[in-house]
Design a protein around this ligand. Structure first.
Ligand SMILES: Cc1cc2nc3c(=O)[nH]c(=O)nc-3n(C[C@H](O)[C@H](O)[C@H](O)COP(=O)(O)OP(=O)(O)OC[C@H]3O[C@@H](n4cnc5c(N)ncnc54)[C@H](O)[C@@H]3O)c2cc1C
Length: 600
């Protein structure tokens, strides 16, 4: 009789998959999947970040890759039991390829594979020096003229970029550049991080004074060094800045502060970049093999151009330039925009006795922070989850295991629950005239973030000020022009202003490629971010993955890295492994290279 226990079911499927793939019987492998199936691969099979949707896509990928990948050893992960919930059997799995070890997740329905996640954890022979392999640090014994750790570090820092060249240059030393470079260092990849700010962490420090992270601490850990257990749930921006500065130092990054990348050019014959950076008034040329743009998806402000802006006598700036709210006490401020920054800044201005009006042109999705934490995140990223044994790695992998194509189906009921729980709150907002939405298909915040990276506010108090009329609201209209001292809206309303804050969001990271490399390369690479969901600001065709992020692009040796702290932490591993494989000359046949459908 067939063993119906979840672990036995997973083991049986894995052993058949192993057999089919080892013998190159692709049809037998495909037959293990149900019709409505998904295989998400993070670098192991595709040397890419790809989701194969349906049996045909899986068959095509396997036909192209299986010979070179040489998968084997599929099994239930050691110490893990599979579980069953509402007819879905789930389990953690391990496997190997010819060159790497992998970890993943499987879901079965009726004994067939519904979702499969395969991810690379390490390259064989190039494992990170951790655990038993950690460096000794001390040099026991005796040796003449031997150097200390400090002397060696100083020598390395002095010679890299001068006497020796980095293999990778990372432009941008925010959390993304820092976390990735920490991984590259552990993998022994000579790397320089180029950062125009004076100190690591400044990209957070320089944001508006009242900012605290909107995501909780369990979501925000950096690779290798989790926050201590007394770290605040929502980190104040200057505190996260200090953490990043400490992190860059203790992770021994070669981090060039006060250095601006000016230009980069790729020589396909030499397979090498020339990156010109300005440091201490001098131009220095670096010659890395790979270039990573970690310049931030919230780094290129979208500054609108309205008629009459030049005659405005007060202060006007983009939200990214907003220093703080205390200098406008007793004055009038108009905020253009109604997403996170607009709300945070409006609330801080109100706290400083500024008369604030928010101009809302189109709908915004709002969720209350407490509710989002309870309903949206608590299962994976919360103290409760930690107490129940959830690790950051597992939480990241569970999140990664849900294919983007069906992720909204998982999200919609959660947001329905939030809507019901906070019905009175939403009613209050609507009564105040605030225009709400729940995402294109009611799938809420995460989908909006993944699709367009904008269009929401995680409420930490500003909404109540709008409900109470403390923050004034002009909804449903747009700016017609700016006069010397007012903002004139299309509906004829004239709002007196000493300060105008344009909380109008940020442009695609592709713009950085245009600035630093060329428009031609930026166009060749195309839009960065979004899933191709054919929802507002995320035009189709469907991609199934975030465009151009953490994976090979149409420009050889050019990579994009970034996202929120969770994404930066998780995907930096796969980007680091892709770079390491290339450095070691391991063949990396890319399957399904990102196509370009949109220029920016
Ligand atoms: C107001 C706000 C609140 C946010 N809240 C959260 C949150 O709660 N949780 C979360 O996870 N995410 C949040 N994010 C999103 C995201 O995590 C942050 O934007 C984060 O800073 C992104 O990190 P990054 O390293 O990708 O980019 P950045 O932090 O923007 O870093 C990019 C760096 O590149 C440098 N740079 C750019 N061009 C050059 C050049 N030519 N030469 C040298 N250096 C250059 C910049 O100086 C900058 O330091 C928030 C974003 C904003 C704007």
């Amino acid at each position: 009789m067939l063993d119906k226990a979840p672990s036995a079911q997973v083991t049986a499927v894995l052993s058949r998959l192993d057999e089919a793939l080892t013998s190159g019987d692709i049809e037998a492998a495909v037959a293990l999947f149900q019709d409505d199936c998904y295989w998400r691969d993070l670098v192991t099979f595709t040397w890419n970040v790809r989701t194969l949707e349906g049996k045909d896509a899986i068959r095509d990928m396997l036909s192209a890759q299986v010979q070179s990948v040489r998968p084997s050893g599929w099994m239930l992960a050691e110490g893990e039991d599979a579980t069953e919930d509402e007819g879905v059997v789930s389990g953690w799995i391990t496997f190997e390829t010819g060159v790497a070890r992998g970890f993943g997740h499987i879901r079965l329905k009726d004994g067939l594979i519904w979702t499969l996640l395969t991810s690379m954890t390490e390259l064989k022979g190039f494992e990170e020096p951790t655990g038993f392999e950690r460096p000794l640090g001390a040099k026991h014994g005796a040796g003449k003229f031997r150097k200390t750790w400090k002397e060696e570090r100083e020598e390395e820092a002095a010679s890299l970029g001068r006497a020796t060249q980095p293999y990778v240059v990372v432009i941008g030393g925010g959390q993304g550049g820092i976390g990735l470079s920490a991984r590259l260092r552990q993998l022994g990849i000579p790397t320089i991080v180029i950062e125009k700010n004076e100190r690591p962490g400044d990209s957070w420090r320089k944001r508006y004074k009242s900012l605290c992270l909107h995501d909780p601490v369990w979501y925000d850990h950096l690779p290798y060094l989790p926050f201590p257990p007394n770290w605040p749930v929502f980190s104040p921006k200057d505190k996260i800045g200090d953490w990043l500065e400490m992190y860059a130092k203790v992770m021994e990054l070669n981090y060039w502060t006060s250095t601006t990348a000016k230009k980069a050019r790729y020589d396909p014959a030499r397979k090498e970049w020339t990156v010109i950076v300005e440091r201490g008034g001098r131009q220095i040329a670096l010659y890395p093999k790979h270039l990573v743009l970690a310049t931030g998806m919230s780094g290129k402000p979208n500054m609108p151009q309205f008629k009459g802006m030049e005659r405005f006598k007060g202060d006007q700036h983009h939200s990214s330039q907003h220093p703080g709210s205390d200098t406008w006490r007793g004055k009038k401020a108009v905020i253009i925009g109604s997403n996170n920054s607009a709300h945070d800044i409006a609330a801080a201005l109100w706290e400083n006795d500024v008369d604030v009006t928010m101009v809302q042109r189109s709908t915004t999705h709002i969720v209350r922070s407490d509710t989002l934490m309870d309903v949206g995140l608590s299962g994976l990223y919360s103290e409760d989850a930690v107490r129940k044994g959830m690790t950051t790695q597992k939480a990241d992998m569970i999140f990664a295991s849900i294919p983007y194509k069906i992720m909204h189906e998982f999200q919609i009921p959660l947001y329905q629950q939030m809507r019901e729980r906070d019905a009175a709150f939403y009613e209050g907002l609507e009564k105040a005239g605030f225009m709400l939405d729940w995402g294109a298909d009611d799938s809420g915040l995460f989908m909006k973030y993944l699709r367009r990276g904008s269009g929401y506010y995680i409420d930490v108090g500003a909404s109540q000020l709008i409900i109470d009329g403390e923050i004034k609201l002009k909804a449903g209209s747009d700016v017609q022009e700016i006069t010397e001292d007012t903002v004139v809206l299309r509906d004829g309303t004239e709002l007196p202003a000493d300060l105008i804050v344009y909380a109008t969001g940020y442009g695609s990271m592709n713009g950085w490629a245009a600035d630093l490399i060329s428009q031609e390369v930026a166009d060749k690479v195309g839009k960065v971010w979004g899933l191709g969901s054919d929802t507002p600001k995320d035009p189709g065709p469907w991609e199934g993955e975030q465009r151009n992020m953490w994976k090979p692009t149409q420009q050889e040796a050019l990579w994009f890295h970034g996202g929120n702290l969770h994404q930066s932490r998780h995907y930096s591993l796969y980007l680091a492994l892709q770079l390491k494989a290339r450095m070691e000359g391991i063949p990396t046949p890319v399957y399904g290279l990102q196509e370009t459908h949109h220029k920016a």
